[in-house]
Design a protein around this ligand. Structure first.
Ligand code: SAM
Length: 212
């Protein structure tokens, strides 16, 4: 299910700052060479993530789900001086490609790319994060929220992607991943530690702010 008329989407993209040449390359190469390119955040959502990051000016960002590194670079754009972004993915096959993108685009020094299961790696982190982006396996969304909430500073942000799951959140008989997203949306909506807004942008973005 597309939530926005394709012509309006095109119009919105045409009136949004363009992707940098490197993001354009990653977007194009991912669509040409990598399976499931729809997972990449893309132009409009990428610019939104960059804009949010510029607003927050984070010193520390955690991303769960790197894929080919597109959203990591968008989020890194708003890092404060001396800040860094940790991004985690368990797909070893993409590691060489992603490290090359980070190196050649000039973001390597600010992006700490970790390979492994996200829950295992998060458990080893002692950082406090200003911004967390959840964009990996849907069945663990609730677990990711639980794993990161105490690592987010008071007033800090968590953003989760795909929370409308192509509209399947309305299914009467949801499949496993849809059930996980539905449970996640209810869980964070009812959690008194955060205020939240579900934005029907692209596949749905849940914004959560840790109450201070
Ligand atoms: C939707 S893609 C991320 C897209 C990326 N954030 C972007 O916007 O360009 C999801 C990624 O999560 C990774 N992933 C899935 N399960 C994971 C897990 N348990 N731990 C770490 N990464 C995982 C997949 O390998 C995949 O690359």
């Amino acid at each position: 299910m597309e939530f926005l008329d394709p012509l309006l989407l095109r119009y919105s993209e045409d009136h949004t700052s363009p992707e940098s040449p490197w993001l354009k390359t990653i977007n194009r190469d991912t669509h040409a060479d990598v399976s499931r390119p729809r997972m990449l955040s893309g132009h409009l959502q990428g610019r939104l993530l960059a804009m949010v990051s510029h607003l927050v000016r984070p010193k520390a960002i955690l991303e769960i789900g790197t894929y080919t590194g597109y959203s990591a670079i968008c989020l890194a754009e708003g890092l404060a001086e001396g800040g860094r972004l940790i991004t985690i993915d368990n797909n070893e096959e993409l590691e060489g490609r992603v490290r090359k993108y980070f190196r050649e685009s000039g973001w390597e020094q600010k992006i700490d790319f970790r390979i492994g299961k996200a829950l295992d790696i998060i458990a080893t982190l002692s950082d406090t994060f200003d911004l967390v982006f959840i964009d990996a396996d849907k069945e663990n969304y609730g677990n990711y929220f639980d794993a990161v909430i105490d690592k987010v500073r008071m007033g800090g942000w968590i953003i989760a992607d795909n929370v409308l799951w192509s509209g399947k959140v309305l299914d009467v008989k949801p499949d496993k991943d849809t059930r996980a997203i539905v449970d996640f949306n209810r869980k964070v909506h009812l959690d008194p530690r955060v205020e939240n807004i579900l934005l029907p942008i692209r596949d749905g973005l849940m914004f959560m702010r840790r109450k201070g």
